[in-house]
Design a protein around this ligand. Structure first.
Ligand code: SAM
Length: 242
C-alpha cells in the first residue's frame, strides 16, 4: 500500500504514458508491416516490367499504381490503388466486427488473398478464413451469350494460368499459408466451388470476363450480408485492357 502511495499520480501517469507509447508502437508496426506487404505484393520494390500487349515492356510507376500493366513477376496485377481499397475494406470489416470470411474469385498469383491473410495476421484475427477461388488454369472460353466477352482475346493468355501450387508457394514465401487459407478449385459457372458452410461477408471478384464475374456474384450473393462488401476489382470489356 505504501509503495502504491509512494508511486502516486506521477507513477500512474508514467504508466499510462508507457502503455500509450507501446500501443502507438503496435499500431505503427502493424501499419508499417502492411505497407511493406503491399509494396512487395505489387512489386513496387523491385519494379519488374510490364509484359506488354497494350503498353511498353518497362516498369511505369503510374501504370503500376493504377493497375494498368501486367507485371512480369509481381504477385498481383490490380495495382496499388485497388490494393489500398481492398486493404481499407478488410480493415474496416475487422475494426467494425462485421462477421465473415474473405473470398477472392479469380486469384491469378494470389496477391489479394495473401494481403487479406496478412491483414488478419496483423490484427491477430484467428476466426476468419481466406478463400482462394479459381480455375487455376486460366479463363474459360468466351461465352456467346455475353456480348461483352465476345471480343475477349485475353482468354488465350497463357500467363494467366497460374497453378494452385504456385499460389501456395507464393503464400508460403510470406509465411502466410496456413489452415486459415482454403483453396477452392474449379470453374465458377459449374457446380460451383464456393464455400458452403460459412458466411462470406466480404469478397473481391477479379475474374475479368463478364460471365466469370456474373457467375461468381450469382453464387456468392446470398452469402454477403449487411455490412459486408463486394469489390469488383478487375473487369474489362473486350480487348481494351484492364
Ligand atoms: C485477371 S486474373 C486475376 C487477377 C488477380 N486478381 C490479380 O489482381 O492479380 C483472372 C483470374 O480469374 C480466373 N478465372 C476467370 N474466370 C474464371 C472462372 N469462370 N472460373 C474460375 N476461375 C476463373 C483465372 O484463372 C485468372 O487466374
Amino acid at each position: 500500500m505504501r509503495q502504491w502511495n509512494c508511486t502516486g499520480h506521477r507513477g500512474i501517469e508514467r504508466h499510462a504514458r508507457t502503455r500509450k507509447s507501446i500501443l502507438d508502437g503496435v499500431t505503427e508496426g502493424r501499419r508499417f508491416y502492411l505497407d511493406l506487404m503491399q509494396k512487395c505484393i505489387i512489386n513496387s520494390v523491385y519494379e519488374d516490367p510490364n509484359q506488354g500487349f497494350w503498353s511498353p515492356t518497362v516498369f511505369a510507376s503510374q501504370a503500376r499504381d493504377l493497375g494498368r500493366d501486367w507485371p512480369l513477376k509481381a504477385h498481383r496485377m490490380i495495382g496499388n490503388r485497388r490494393m489500398s481499397n481492398l486493404r481499407q475494406m478488410t480493415e474496416y470489416v475487422i475494426a467494425n466486427n462485421i462477421p465473415g470470411d474473405f473470398i477472392e474469385t479469380g486469384v491469378w498469383r494470389g496477391g489479394a488473398c495473401i494481403m487479406a491473410r496478412a491483414i488478419m495476421k496483423a490484427y491477430g484475427v484467428t476466426d476468419r478464413r481466406v478463400w482462394v477461388a479459381g480455375s487455376f488454369c486460366g479463363l474459360p472460353a468466351p461465352n456467346p451469350k455475353y456480348e461483352a466477352d465476345a471480343t475477349t482475346s485475353i482468354t488465350h493468355f497463357r500467363n494467366w494460368r497460374c497453378r494452385s501450387e504456385e499460389v501456395k508457394s507464393n503464400s508460403s514465401k510470406y509465411d502466410l499459408l496456413d489452415d486459415q487459407v482454403v483453396f477452392l478449385k474449379g470453374w465458377f459457372g459449374k457446380p460451383c466451388p464456393m464455400p458452403t458452410s460459412t458466411a462470406c461477408r466480404f469478397c473481391a471478384s477479379t475474374a475479368t470476363c463478364m460471365k466469370s464475374t456474373t457467375d461468381g456474384l450469382t453464387n456468392l450473393y446470398d452469402k454477403v450480408s449487411g455490412g459486408g462488401f463486394v469489390m469488383i476489382l478487375g473487369w474489362s470489356k473486350g480487348t481494351n485492357g484492364p
